[in-house]
Design a protein around this ligand. Sequence first.
Ligand SMILES: Cc1cc2nc3c(=O)[nH]c(=O)nc-3n(C[C@H](O)[C@H](O)[C@H](O)COP(=O)(O)O)c2cc1C
Length: 154
Amino acid sequence: MKALVLYGSKYGCTRECAYLLGEQLGGADVVDICREASISLDDYDTVLIGSSVYAGRISKAVAKFCATHLNILKQKQIGLFICCAQPDKAMEQLVNGFPSELVESARAKGYFGHQLDIAKLNLLERLIVRAVGKRKDELNILHDAISSFAKSFT
Ligand SMILES: Cc1cc2nc3c(=O)[nH]c(=O)nc-3n(C[C@H](O)[C@H](O)[C@H](O)COP(=O)(O)O)c2cc1C
């Protein structure tokens, strides 16, 4: 089995989780969907796709990639994961963000936690997080969730 981990991350939390997942899978290839213009899926039988969530939505680049490559992705073993600050809405945001065909066929769907680094945010984002009562940095990466997600593919 050869696995590819694809991710879309604005401030690095999903990237970190993608690399942790890649390690748990014994060294899967890990690729940033936003930076790689053309990603060949031919070499992989397992594709794991992750995104962070902003204003209730997954990354546009991730959503576009999934829509563009839906037919080939449907032939792969799929896993989907997200990083977001609202654990109670995590699955809802995942299900709403990814194409329903991938959600239905996914072998695993995971929530890997979140990170909030206020110094990295732009002014509008700072105002948004302050409006929802967040004034301090937060770091909560769910290592156990990443491990059990990885076990679904080994
Ligand atoms: C401006 C802003 C909006 C956000 N909106 C949501 C949201 O709608 N739902 C949610 O669960 N988390 C939301 N988050 C939390 C991020 O999804 C979380 O910080 C995530 O770990 C960021 O991952 P990244 O560093 O890979 O981009 C928001 C964070 C910011 C800064």
